[in-house]
Design a protein around this ligand. Structure first.
Ligand code: CIR
Length: 257
């Protein structure tokens, strides 16, 4: 029996050094440092009130630590994704197997592709990024599960980042942090949109802890200030090595309240 709120996390495999990246990391990715940072992240989730569910790392999947991309929890339903990058498709089964027994599992069928990093949930609003990884059929697959539960699904074009959540995340049910390189602001209708300045869209990627505090990347001091000014207590964690593999804070867990 898995109690809510829970967070599913997956360890860093030795093969992480060969993770998919937009540009060749120089120096090469450090597995040791990524593991250390991942450990701090997981500890922060637990201290923030999430019951942890651990999935064993899989050496044949260098990106398996980015567990967010493999499943989307929508109420009692779970959409097991079909990741957009072929090398990542085999990550999903081990994660699906760790979902609560009561969950209603749905599997995305070809030609749909979805990375969980493209699905932002804010209250009853669900935004699905159309990106290099998630296509329209993927957005429809999410809508087919979310809409009957009273949620509104809005597909949204992703600009120059990997995933929608690379530069957009929710701090509460109606407030999002947004970086302009991520998507159009006008498409986030009905939400309070807080712009995050600077060159790095990942500065807008934060995680809500179960106790209401906010997890913010240590290398984004402006974000911490902005989130504090919104009235939240901030917990900082260093995920710089994870960022070098094109990941942010949200991508390291699947969280359900
Ligand atoms: C990838 O390219 O798939 C991984 N190296 C990074 C995935 C990051 N996931 C996320 O932001 N949800």
């Amino acid at each position: 029996m898995i109690r809510r709120p829970f967070a599913i996390v997956r360890g860093v495999p030795d093969s992480f050094a060969h993770a998919v990246t937009d540009s060749e990391p120089d120096p090469p990715l450090s597995v040791e440092l990524a593991r250390e940072q991942h450990g701090s992240y997981v500890a922060a989730l637990e201290a923030g009130g999430y019951a942890l569910v651990h999935v064993e790392p899989d050496e044949s999947h260098p990106d398996c630590v980015f567990v967010e991309d493999t499943a989307v929890v929508l109420g009692e339903h779970v959409v097991v994704t079909r990741p957009g990058h072929e090398s990542r498709r085999g990550e999903v089964d081990a994660v699906a197997a760790r979902m609560p027994g009561s969950a209603r599992i749905h599997r995305v069928q070809p030609p749909a592709t979805i990375d969980g990093g493209d699905v932002l949930i804010a209250g009853t609003r669900v935004f699905v990024g159309l990106s290099r990884r998630t296509n329209r059929q993927g957005a429809q697959a999410i809508a087919a599960i979310a809409e009957p539960q009273g949620m509104t699904v809005t597909p949204i074009e992703v600009r120059s980042v990997l995933h929608l959540k690379s530069g957009l995340s929710a701090v509460d049910d109606r407030t999002v942090l947004w970086h302009p390189r991520t998507c159009g602001r006008g498409e986030l209708t009905g939400l309070r949109v807080v712009e995050i300045p600077g060159d790095d869209p990942e500065a807008a990627n934060v995680v809500r802890l179960a106790d209401g505090r906010m997890l913010v990347g240590e290398h984004h001091p402006h974000t911490a200030e902005i989130v504090e000014s919104l009235g939240f207590e901030v917990v900082e964690v260093d995920v710089s090595e994870i960022a070098r593999a094109d990941g942010g804070l949200t991508c390291l867990s699947i969280r359900a309240r």
